[in-house]
Design a protein around this ligand. Structure first.
Ligand SMILES: [Zn+2]
Length: 254
């Protein structure tokens, strides 16, 4: 399995990173992708990847909730760093109007600038979208769908949302622990979307799947997401692994 979105370089894992990586490998996770957030966490991501070079691949990008009055500084960092390392994607980028709408114009500007840089470099994007579906789609539609590819991370929508996303480019949907929650209505309708359109992710340390809901999440728990998808789609967990791993390799050129 490939965990296509995990923040295990964050301070929550300082005390036991070796064990976290060992447990992930033991659970069948062969690789994890680290999304960038902002200037504050970027050095931690670089250091973590150096520590586990075969296990981690990195993205470069500015998270929408890190867009504020300092956005020009963040953009400068992004532009300086994007060609300095072997990044597998531009991410995580997008729109988030859940926490704060103050910087909606700046969020859009930063998002679209990063989309353009990704297209220029033929890199995929990892998209974060929260309470901003229409806004996110409107930005994506400004680009040629033949040139856009990536993952809509933490997807929790319905088949209509998926159709709109797929019309914007070669996109997969990132599915994590939320699909294991009893109250997650979207999960039951997920099989209306082909399994070939999904990739696995934990978003650790957040969104921990059942049976560890409420505790810190980690890549080893990806197996519970795969098992839940296996039940929903009526296939084996091995088949979920094979198909989602193939999709992740295809999008991120792993
Ligand atoms: Zn994330």
């Amino acid at each position: 399995m490939i965990d296509t979105h995990t923040h295990i370089y964050e301070t929550e894992f300082d005390a036991d990173a070796d064990e976290v990586v060992a447990r992930a490998k033991e659970a069948g996770v062969s690789m994890v992708l680290l999304p960038d957030i902002d200037a504050a966490s970027y050095p931690r991501m670089l250091a973590f990847q150096k520590r586990f070079p075969d296990f981690c691949r990195m993205m470069c990008g500015i998270h929408p909730t890190s867009v504020n009055e300092n956005y020009k500084e963040e953009l400068k960092r992004f532009e300086r760093e994007i060609d300095r390392h072997d990044f597998v994607a531009v991410g995580e980028i997008g729109m988030d109007l859940y926490w704060d709408k103050t910087f909606v114009a700046e969020q859009r500007l930063v998002f679209e600038h990063q989309l353009a840089m990704a297209v220029e470099r033929d890199l995929p994007v990892s998209i974060h979208c929260r309470d901003a579906f229409a806004e996110t789609i409107a930005s994506l539609k400004k680009f040629d769908p033949a040139k856009l590819r990536g993952v809509f991370h933490a997807f929790g929508g319905v088949v209509d949302n998926a159709r709109e996303i797929f019309a914007c480019g070669r996109f997969k949907l990132g599915i994590g622990g939320v699909c294991t929650y009893k109250n997650a209505k979207f999960a039951e309708r997920l099989p209306e979307i082909p399994l070939e359109s999904l990739v696995l992710e934990t978003d650790a340390p957040y969104l921990t799947p059942v049976p560890y809901r409420g505790k810190r999440n980690e890549p080893a728990y990806l197996q519970y997401v795969a098992e839940r998808l296996a039940v929903l789609y009526g296939v084996t967990a091995e088949k979920v692994d094979t198909i989602t791993t193939r999709s992740a390799r295809e999008i991120f050129l792993l």
